[in-house]
Design a protein around this ligand. Structure first.
Ligand code: 5GP
Length: 210
């Protein structure tokens, strides 16, 4: 059987470009991107089962009761959660799994999966974050302040992540994330089967059986 896949949590400020990085990663490499469940309404063009599994509050709460979610959080008045079955199946089959979730969820994943890799995506500095948040120029000053104070809260989680990925240049950020995940496969604790196989073979050789 293959070694287990690497579970990676990807979080970051809104406006950090997480979504684009995820799209590039799954388009280029064989990652499994978990589809979350949510109670928020679908946006234009979003497809049930592909962008999210869209639920009512009742059916979402039933999933919580039945422990069908690895983690869940309430974000801006809606539930969001990671379905357990698909993620665990893919990991067992040796596939690397990506979770694009907010930080409270990230912390819960780390509790249950201590070997999970936690990546935090950020623009190069606060000025750039402000520029991207203000972005389209459609928000009122109050809304901009709300977004910035939310970013302040989000920043407090940065220290709990394993790596910070600066998204200054998309191509570099995509390759940085890919490299960080692939490095996890080389950690001794993730190479149990290779180590065992080499030890077994060498033992046979040492007995003169070569
Ligand atoms: P949006 O509504 O813009 O698609 O997502 C809002 C926030 O919810 C984003 O920060 C996104 O990363 C987060 N999110 C999406 N799925 C999940 C999930 O399954 N669990 C948690 N904790 N957060 C999620």
């Amino acid at each position: 059987m293959a070694n287990k896949g690497i579970l990676t949590v990807i979080s970051g400020f809104s406006g950090a470009g997480k979504g684009t990085i995820m799209k590039e990663l799954v388009a280029r490499f064989p990652y499994f991107l978990s589809v979350s469940a949510t109670t928020r309404k679908p946006r234009k063009g979003e497809i049930d089962g592909s962008d999210y599994f869209f639920h009512t509050r009742d059916s979402f709460e039933a999933m919580i009761q039945k422990e069908e979610l690895i983690e869940w959080a309430e974000y801006v008045g809606n539930y969001y959660g990671t379905p357990r079955e698909a993620v665990e199946k893919q990991l067992m089959e040796g596939k690397d799994v990506l979770l694009e979730i907010e930080m409270q969820g990230g912390m819960l994943v780390k509790e249950q999966f201590p070997d999970a890799l936690l990546l935090f995506i950020t623009p190069p500095n606060a000025d750039e974050l402000k520029r991207r948040l203000i972005g389209r120029g459609t928000e009122t000053p109050e809304e901009i302040n709300k977004r910035l104070s939310h970013a302040c809260e989000e920043a407090s989680y940065m220290k709990s992540y394993d790596y910070i990925v600066v998204n200054d240049e998309l191509e570099k950020a995509v390759l940085d994330v890919h490299m960080m995940i692939q490095h996890q496969h080389c950690k001794v604790k993730n190479c149990g089967e290779q180590i065992q196989a080499i030890e077994n073979d060498l033992l046979q050789f040492a007995k003169g059986d070569y």
